[in-house]
Design a protein around this ligand. Structure first.
Ligand code: TRP
Ligand code: ZN
Length: 474
């Protein structure tokens, strides 16, 4: 730390602790406009990352590069013990910063190996390091915690998400902001990071996380430890530590991408189909959307009847049903749209769901079923009174993020675009889009600009009608 800042921070802290300023000078906080700026530059990081629809999701003042999650879970007691080691870089001078974390008991927090003080309020964990952190410097936060994770239950709209205990383990699917139910993190897709998972479970239980296994699982004293590593940046909501009894099939896709399929014994009969379809679809999307962005692919079917699937990075999770080709095509398309290219704000969720839904139509067309054009026509024929027309797909609402409009009108937007610019330009655009923003974050505005640039057409009216108007486009 630059020593003058250290001194100034120390003096400011001292003055505030003593509760008095030198008698001939006004207290620090009470400066006037024509005074020099306040002496200390160290400020608390914001409690939100700046998504206006989710004001306390994510945090300001730092950027995480890596999570190292060491987790011990006992299904019968539902007790989780965790140590999360988080590597980050400060984007401002920080006197304190927040992590998102809900429930559980935090026993210790260190920053750069020094004990830090912490405070909890709702889903915010505020950490005050013993020394303030300089802008641009890297720091390591270690949080030790334990308890029974509680998922988020939003029966009105999103259902149950986050860490969901099952009789034999846990079903972990956290979109949009449920990763805070099982590890402290910067819970917003605008801050992506790589992950190491070390998961210890009773022998006989399998722990599945993102990426690839590092070494073989090791068993000692009735417990097995699985190590998984996700080498490519990942949004927090895509992280999983799904545990339970599983039948596994490991291998490669026909094109040679490493693949893991896992099914709860209840879905034993689906294992080979899941493996085969996931491999075939991953390979096909690689020819349509551009090279597969990750080091492995696959899927998990667990026995929790979520009624939905989630595109967890490298291993989509299907909740309590045998997935058909259409939903596998959807979840694997998300590996490009949502996972490799992540949104900057939740209101632009159509960039995930519209693309993944359009992928279902493309898969149907590819397989000689209904063409994308036929499905578009059928969807477009929904009556003017259908609620999807009143709900503009380009502005997903926080209280109703996963509305059918975001999926269906989002997909129709892409088909309308394809018709306007032609197949050659449209499919080149998709590949350019995934290449330009690989592992990054994207906005609707960036997509519109690229589409206009690639086609040489003014596409504002088309996108406006399909994404932003509260009525059925002609
Ligand atoms: N993104 C998922 C899909 O369409 C659906 C989804 C919405 C979801 N909210 C969720 C999945 C919460 C799990 C948890 O593929
Ligand atoms: Zn989806």
């Amino acid at each position: 730390m630059r020593s003058y800042k250290r001194w100034v921070a120390l003096m400011a802290a001292l003055i505030s602790v003593l509760g008095c300023a030198p008698a001939d000078k006004p207290p620090l906080a009470d400066h006037r406009l024509d005074d020099p700026p306040p002496l200390t530059e160290f400020r608390p990081g914001a409690a939100g990352i700046g998504d206006p629809d989710f004001p306390t999701d994510g945090n300001g003042g730092y950027d995480v590069s890596h999570y190292d999650l060491d987790i011990d879970y006992v299904p019968v007691t539902k007790q989780l013990h965790g140590v999360a080691t988080i590597k980050a870089a400060a984007t401002q001078d920080l006197s304190s910063f927040n992590l998102d974390f809900s429930g559980m008991t935090v026993s210790k927090v260190t920053v750069n190996n020094a004990t830090a003080t912490f405070r909890r309020q709702g889903s915010e964990l505020t950490v005050t390091p013993s020394e303030p952190i300089d802008v641009k410097s890297r720091f390591t936060v270690k949080v030790t915690y334990a308890g029974q994770p509680q998922p988020i239950r939003d029966s009105a709209n999103l259902g149950t998400f986050g860490f969901v205990a099952t009789p034999d383990g846990a079903f972990v699917a956290s979109e949009p902001d449920g990763s805070k139910t099982w590890f402290p993190n910067n819970d917003h897709p605008a801050d992506k990071a790589t992950y190491d998972f070390t998961i210890t479970v009773p022998a006989g239980v399998t722990a599945l996380a993102n990426g690839e296994l590092v070494g073989r699982p090791t068993t000692a004293q009735g417990k097995t430890t699985f190590r998984w590593r996700e080498r490519q940046p990942m949004a927090s909501y895509l992280a999983t530590a799904t545990m339970g009894k599983f039948d596994l099939r490991e291998g490669r896709t026909p094109a040679g991408i490493a693949e893991t399929a896992a099914v709860d014994p209840k879905f034993k009969a689906s294992l080979n189909t899941l493996f085969k379809l996931s491999g075939e679809i991953t390979d096909y999307w690689s020819t349509v959307f551009g090279p597969y962005p990750f080091s492995s692919t696959g899927g998990i079917v667990d026995d929790f009847a979520a009624g939905y699937a989630l595109e967890n990075q490298t291993k989509p999770l299907y909740g309590g049903f045998e997935p058909d080709p259409s939903i596998i095509a959807h979840e694997l398309a998300h590996q490009w749209f949502g996972d490799s290219l992540s949104i900057k704000r939740w209101s632009e969720l159509w960039l995930n769901e519209g693309f993944a839904t359009y992928a279902e139509w493309l898969w149907s067309e590819h397989k000689g079923g209904k063409t994308a054009e036929a499905i578009f026509n059928q969807e477009h024929a929904r009556p003017a009174s259908d609620p999807i027309w009143a709900y503009p797909a380009g502005r997903a609402r926080p209280e109703d993020l996963f509305n059918a409009s975001v999926y269906s009108r989002g997909a129709m937007t892409l088909h309308a675009l394809r018709k306007a610019i032609g197949d050659a330009t449209f499919f080149k655009l998709l590949k350019t889009w995934t290449a330009d923003h690989r592992y990054g974050n994207v906005t609707t505005e960036e997509f519109i600009r690229l589409a206009e640039q690639q086609s040489g057409k003014n596409l504002r009216p088309l996108f406006d009608a399909w994404l932003f108007q509260p009525q059925r486009p002609a």
